[in-house]
Design a binder for this molecule. Structure first.
Ligand SMILES: Nc1ncnc2c1ncn2[C@@H]1O[C@H](COP(=O)(O)OP(=O)(O)OP(=O)(O)O)[C@@H](O)[C@H]1O
Ligand SMILES: [Zn+2]
Length: 741
């Protein structure tokens, strides 16, 4: 008793960024307690704690946890509080929410918020040294070596000088004392330039103005509210939500998060932002260098309004940044499937953005020309505000859409562009306008087989064909990255020169196009063709500067680009993506085609779209051709309602995987057998997954369906807790799955 009064201590919980279900208990004592026995750590603080023989950094989760049966004497102490800004309460709540929604371990979700390499070592103010201009003629040998080691005028640490000159640090220090070197203070990370609100905004059309004013009002009110900003392609949605951004920035220190589907693809967006606000926003995505990430993280967390990062544009992972004063979230192209994270913690960035806005009590704008069914239904049910813009900006009108029926316009073998499409391309080239050919398939050919024995080139680690890439003459697995040289002879029957490429990818379409128009300048836009965001930016510039006549691209060209001279869009295979058992296949295909079509005729020249198809009567194509998507979307919604699929009912997938087939099968069957009865769940499966073998692992899937009122996560958590897995088998839960392979 006396001892604990002398050395006060308290039990707290610390969450570690590891795949653990919850926080661990630790004891706070010593320096981290005040003399009066008060804790000197708060919830959200970063601390270092021991775990086994390691020292780890974690986050204080609960400072007054309920007593557990672990006696205080058994607890390890918190070593230290780190000099980092604490995670804000809104982020802590968000982490909790995402974990319980996605059934992911709490620690794994925390990891998404704190796994910034080197973020713990905040860039400090450093003292560096440089030579003074006036040096005496006569120097000791050591000092002479230091002078000779200078790298131009670059200031360096004492240590670097000594190392470069191969002298002791004392020699350098001596020079400082003698005034031959001077100290310079160099700030670590510089703050980002602040947006400038005094720059002129474009004159908005009455429709745009009305939508913009509405958004401004919501930001001013600073309360939670989701809004669907629907507007046809080219209607100026970006300009409209920039109004909301401007309003949020009026508040000193107010922050804005803009989520975009693929951050590498935002070159034009960044330029527009710069024009409107005079500075680039802070960019956040997985390809930043550790130094860039650290700088961005600290700037977002900055408590001094003057130095705080104000606008962050990023991929879904930006939801986990430590915003201090979030005033607005925008999800651009909200229908995009790339917002769904498909591995690790499986969550949908758009849905979680709405949750994040709720926790931060701010409006969230979901912008799209082709909103997802989920969002549309929420707007129809008046859960979301609904703004609509039905006209293109300026004189532009929506392009003409025509189907090319490939049953009539037959393609010769090895040819992918029909005569009407070829004619249209030729006319457009002659007119000096740009054309875009769209095919959502990377590489040269999706399948290589042996003409002699029929052997197909498959990935040794996945149930998937290898895709031929002409560049480097390689066959590549698009699932695991495995690749090998394109063989000259069949690996099976050894027949020489019998391997043939089947079907087209963008490379092959570009090849055909180049044969047709040897003078035509072609840009190939596919994720594996473009090495870096800078390279992409260069290609986009080249297109804008009319150094390109033809663009051949995959779905990355469907995203928001604006090329005034682009007047013809040819869809090489409009049927692609319609097959398969994916309940969203039709919706997704419609969205992609509507988006790619929307690239045509965005300025004064009218545009047209040609869709090559073997089944132009398909409802998706009819919706596009008629320009009436209403009926199609109603039909889609109806079909989903009939089958009780999201958003009408709930759906979850369980994926069981492991190297040992029997272990996987046994575990999967056990899960099904232990499913709770009378809980309102329908369990389908287990069955071997369509992708039965992926990255060397066997995979089984189960699908769980339930009515909306069923508390799916709670029931599943209890159920899966009781299912032991065979050794080496792992389990993944995907709430509201978007992919089914
Ligand atoms: N009020 C305006 N004044 C000047 N230019 C405008 C205005 N509104 C839109 N624009 C221009 O029109 C073009 C289309 O606008 P924007 O890209 O915002 O459309 P969008 O609705 O986002 O289209 P998409 O859904 O196809 O991406 C852009 O070049 C934009 O700068
Ligand atoms: Zn593979």
């Amino acid at each position: 008793m006396i001892l604990s009064a002398l050395f006060p201590s308290k039990r707290i919980q610390v969450l570690l960024p590891l795949p653990l279900a919850g926080p661990f208990d630790y004891l706070v004592e010593g320096d981290l307690m005040s003399g009066a026995g008060d804790l000197l750590v708060r919830r959200g603080d970063f601390v270092s704690v021991p775990l086994g023989s390691r020292v780890l950094q974690g986050v204080v989760w609960d400072i007054a946890p309920p007593e557990t049966d672990v006696p205080a004497a058994k607890l390890k102490p918190v070593y230290d509080r780190l000099d980092l800004p604490p995670l804000p309460e809104s982020l802590l709540k968000f982490i909790d929410w995402v974990a319980s929604y996605s059934l992911a371990p709490l620690g794994a979700v925390l990891k998404m918020a704190v796994s910034v390499p080197r973020m713990f070592d905040k860039a400090k103010i450093k003292t560096l040294y440089r030579l003074t201009a006036a040096l005496p003629e006569k120097l000791t040998e050591g000092r002479r070596a230091v002078v000779d080691a200078a790298l131009g005028d670059m200031p360096m640490t004492l240590k670097d000088w000594a190392e470069l000159a191969a002298v002791g640090e004392g020699v350098v220090r001596g020079m400082v004392k003698a005034g031959q070197m001077v100290a310079v203070e160099v700030k670590g990370d510089a703050p980002y330039p602040a947006p400038d609100l005094s720059l002129p905004a474009p004159r908005l059309s009455p429709d745009q103005q009305e939508a913009g004013d509405h958004l401004r009002g919501l930001v001013k009110a600073h309360s939670f509210g989701p809004v669907l900003l629907e507007g046809i392609t080219g209607s100026g949605k970006t300009e409209v939500y920039f109004e909301a951004v401007a309003e949020a920035l009026e508040k000193p220190g107010g922050q804005v998060l803009v989520l975009v589907p693929e951050i590498a693809l935002t070159a034009q967006w960044l330029d527009r932002f710069q024009t409107r606000f005079g500075a680039e926003p802070v960019v956040w995505h997985s390809e930043l260098t550790p130094v860039q990430r650290r700088r961005a993280w600290w700037a977002v967390a900055e408590r001094d309004e003057k130095f705080r990062a104000r606008v962050i544009v990023g991929a879904r992972s930006a939801l986990f940044l430590p915003f201090q004063d979030l005033r607005l979230i925008v999800v651009d192209e909200e229908h995009s499937p790339t917002f769904k994270q498909e591995d690790g913690v499986m969550y949908h960035g758009r849905d979680m953005a709405v949750v994040r806005a709720m926790q931060g009590q701010c409006p969230v704008v979901l912008a799209s020309a082709t909103p997802s069914l989920e969002t549309l239904l929420n707007a129809q049910a008046e859960k979301y505000d609904w703004l609509y813009m039905g006209e293109r900006h300026g004189p532009a009108v929506l392009p003409d859409m025509t189907a090319i029926d490939l049953r009539q316009h037959k393609l010769a073998s090895g040819i992918w562009l029909s005569d009407p499409l070829r004619d249209a391309l030729a006319e457009n080239l002659a007119r000096g306008e740009q054309s875009l050919l769209y095919l959502n398939r990377r590489g040269y050919a999706p399948l290589t087989l042996c003409r002699s024995c029929g052997h197909r080139m498959e990935c040794p680690h996945c149930s998937a064909w290898l895709v031929e890439h002409k560049k480097g003459a390689r066959l590549t697995c698009h699932h695991c990255g495995y690749n090998c040289r394109t063989p000259d002879s069949c690996p099976e029957c050894k027949a020489e020169g019998a391997m043939v490429a089947c079907g087209p990818g963008v490379e092959r379409v570009a090849e055909e196009l180049q044969d047709l128009f040897p003078e035509g300048r072609i840009a190939l836009l596919a994720s594996d063709e473009i090495a870096s965001p800078a390279e992409l930016r260069a290609v986009i510039r080249a297109i804008e500067d009319h150094e390109v006549d033809f663009i051949v691209g995959t779905q990355i060209v469907t995203k928001g680009y604006h090329f005034p001279l682009l007047t013809l869009v040819g869809v090489v295979d409009a049927d692609l993506g319609l097959g398969g058992g994916d309940p969203r296949a039709a919706e997704r295909t419609w969205q992609q085609l509507e988006q790619v079509a929307g690239r045509a005729g965005r300025a004064e020249h009218p545009g047209r779209v040609l869709l090559q198809s073997y089944s132009p009567e398909h409802p998706v194509l009819q919706a596009l051709l008629s320009g009436d998507s209403q009926a199609f979307l109603e039909q889609e919604a109806h079909a989903r309602e009939q089958q009780n699929l999201p958003p009408f009912g709930k759906l979850a997938a369980i994926i069981v995987s492991g190297a040992d087939f029997n272990g996987v099968a046994k575990s999967a069957r056990r899960i099904a057998a232990l499913a709770p009865k009378d809980a309102g769940l329908t369990v389908l499966g287990p069955v071997p997954a369509p992708m039965a073998y992926l990255r060397g692992k066997n995979r089984f899937r189960l699908l769980i369906k339930a009515d909306k009122a069923v508390r799916l996560q709670k029931i599943m958590a209890g159920w899966l807790d009781k299912c032991p897995l065979e050794r080496g088998v792992s389990l993944q839960v995907d709430i509201d799955p978007y992919s089914f392979f």
